[in-house]
Write a protein that binds this ligand. Structure first.
Ligand SMILES: [Fe+2]
Length: 284
């Protein structure tokens, strides 16, 4: 099973770099479409539209219609939950009704669980006791398959970057960590929010953080000739080994190729990929 992950596109028609943000998403979808073997599914870990406006979600969904794989979204702090729900109402991935946008995707060898950590009180995450009961119910609804959880806010202490704690209340993060460790079937957590590629763990569970798809907002050190090229994550699952994660740089444009000479090995082969199996991801 192959999962492509995009995150933090911050689509915003009023931004000075609005066209670049839209282009970054379009290029990423095109690159995912060209993966061989193809991606089975795309997960989108929030901050989809910077201001949560319907007009921005319209642009997002029109770009996502180019995707060959089905797309499943989790909201970020910049999203508007109800506008997001309305924009994706025809996509069958969001539960109907009000309240948080947790749901399960049952169509693959690994169950995908979207977890909504958004609160109106803070840009950081939240995870209340009633949400914990709901997520335990979702985890326990199926007892045979491994589970990958995807959400916006990293539920561990991220020691790279300015702010290690991405939940407004430390007890909320501890509660979510406890729920994620409730079942041994939870084998990976995929998230975004901090705009940089990094990884950590919750007990035995690897947590992989995808970089910001919007290149103008991406954190981390990238050489000059890669600064305009979106980077996304490809998570490959094999039953015997769990997940391995590759940070993939999208195909260069003709203009970028001219600045790119001598860097042919930028998308490494499997031996060089960042492994995210339980044995080889270290906190970072
Ligand atoms: Fe973001």
């Amino acid at each position: 099973m192959i999962i492509a992950q995009i995150s933090d596109t911050h689509i915003d028609h009023g931004a000075p770099d609005a066209d670049r943000r839209a282009s970054d998403l379009a290029r990423t979808i095109a690159d995912i479409n060209a993966l061989d073997p193809p991606a089975d599914v795309i997960i989108y870990t929030g901050d989809i539209a910077h201001g949560g406006r319907p007009v921005d979600y319209e642009q997002v969904t029109s770009l996502l219609r180019m995707a060959r794989a089905p797309v499943y979204v989790a909201p970020g702090n910049r999203d508007d939950r109800e506008h997001l729900r309305q924009a994706f109402s025809g996509w069958a991935c969001l539960a109907s009704g009000a309240g948080c946008l947790d749901y399960a995707v049952e169509d693959f060898p690994v169950r995908l669980l979207a977890v909504d950590t958004v609160t109106t009180h803070s840009n950081k995450g939240a995870f209340a006791p009633e949400h914990a009961r709901q997520l335990i119910g979702l985890i326990d609804a199926e007892k045979t398959k491994p589970i990958a959880v995807f959400l916006h806010h990293p539920p561990y202490v991220v020691t790279v970057g300015p702010d290690p704690l991405n939940f407004a209340i430390a007890e909320d993060m501890a509660r979510l960590q406890q729920v994620l460790q409730h079942s041994a079937r939870v084998i990976a957590v995929f998230c975004g929010h901090v705009h940089r590629s990094t990884a950590g763990r919750i007990g035995r569970i690897p947590v992989i953080v995808a970089p910001c798809t919007a290149t103008s907002l991406r954190k981390g050190d990238y050489p000059r000739h890669l600064q305009t090229r979106p980077v996304y994550h490809v998570h490959r699952f094999e039953p015997a080994y769990g997940f391995s994660t590759q940070a993939r740089i999208v195909k260069a444009t003709a203009g970028e190729k001219a600045a790119d000479s001598g860097t042919e090995s930028e998308n490494p082969e499997p031996a060089e990929r960042l492994r995210s199996t339980a044995s080889d991801v270290r906190a970072g």
